[in-house]
Design a protein around this ligand. Sequence first.
Ligand SMILES: [Fe+2]
Length: 184
Amino acid sequence: MASNTTLHYTTPGLEPAAAERVVALLQDRLNACNDLHLTLKHVHWNVVGPHFIAVHEMIDPQVDAVRGFADDLAERIATLGGSPQGTPGTLVAQRTWEDYSIGRAGTQEHLGALDLVYQGVITTYRDGIKELDELDLVTQDMFIGQTEQLELFHWFVRAHLEDKGGRLSTEGASSEAEAARAAG
Ligand SMILES: [Fe+2]
C-alpha cells in the first residue's frame, strides 16, 4: 500500500511538515471512524433481549453520521495533497486498538462495551484537537464538530447505563468485556 505521508503539494498557507502531521492525524481518525461505523453495525445486528428494537434502531443514525465523518476526513486528506487509505487491510494494519470483542449479547452488555468504545474514540479526538491548535485550525474545526456529535452519541449510550443518582454501571471498567459484565 502506497504511503500517504509524502505530500507534493498542500493547501496554500500550510507548511508541508505541518500538513504531513495533519494528514497523519486525519488518517488515524479515518481509521477510527471506519472501525466505529462497522462496529456499530455489528452491534445493531447482534443485540438481543427485551429492549432489542429500541437499541437496534438507536444505532443506525449513529452509523450514518460516522460514515459521513469518515467521508469528510478522507476528503480532507485528499484536499491537503494526501491519499486517504480506506481499505479494511489498512485499517487493521494501522489501528492501535483491538477489534470489538462482544458477539451476540444483551442490549445492556453491548451498551456497556460501547461506553468503552466511545471513551477511546473521543479521548483521541480531543488529543488531536489540542495538537491541531498549533498545526491547522481548519482541520481542528472538523475534529471539534465531529467530537460534539460523538459526545452526544456517547451520552445516548450512557443514558442506558446511568442510575437516578447519576452513576454509570460501567464506572471503573477498563475493558469492553468488563464493562459488558458490569452493565449486563
Ligand atoms: Fe439494519
